[in-house]
Design a protein around this ligand. Sequence first.
Ligand code: MN
Length: 190
Amino acid sequence: MVHLLSELPYGKDALAPAISLETMEYHYGKHFQAYIDNLNKLIEGSPYEDMEIGEIVMKAGGAIFNNAAQAWNHDFYFQTLTPSPVEMPEILAEKLEKTFGSVQDFKSEFIKAAATVFGSGWAWLCKDKEENLSIVTTQNADNPMTQGLKPLLVIDVWEHAYYIDYRNRRAAYLEAIWNLIDWEKVSSRL
Ligand code: MN
């Protein structure tokens, strides 16, 4: 199958000023698109040709894994953002309070983890098979599904996610993007 860039649930300029139109044009329009294009080229005639991207992430290695995981991660990232966030659903807030002490403590821990990823990577909120929540960071394209975890939320901390708008100020990007998280979507993944 030929994989396509997933459509955004909002306009490319809708997340501005936190995430500018220019960042979206590069990040969604060029970086994400390149992972999809590379993946399509790499899987042609391979055993991965007819698999969904999530299945390729679980089974492939090397360049096919890297491009499939980056495609999956970017889709998950962009789908988790919204220009019109609503209050966090109670079920999620209670689970975060139980695990981290409070929603504010969860935010502090998550942002600290995301801010200290060395080099390129991702910060995740995940659920394990015993329903426990945890903050996980991964490097490069890595995805926690390969460790048996279910992703609920992800923030991209590759420099291409924030360099146009924030230059080297990753912490400022993290504070700004926190206000664009679609908590209903995160909660629905519980
Ligand atoms: Mn990215």
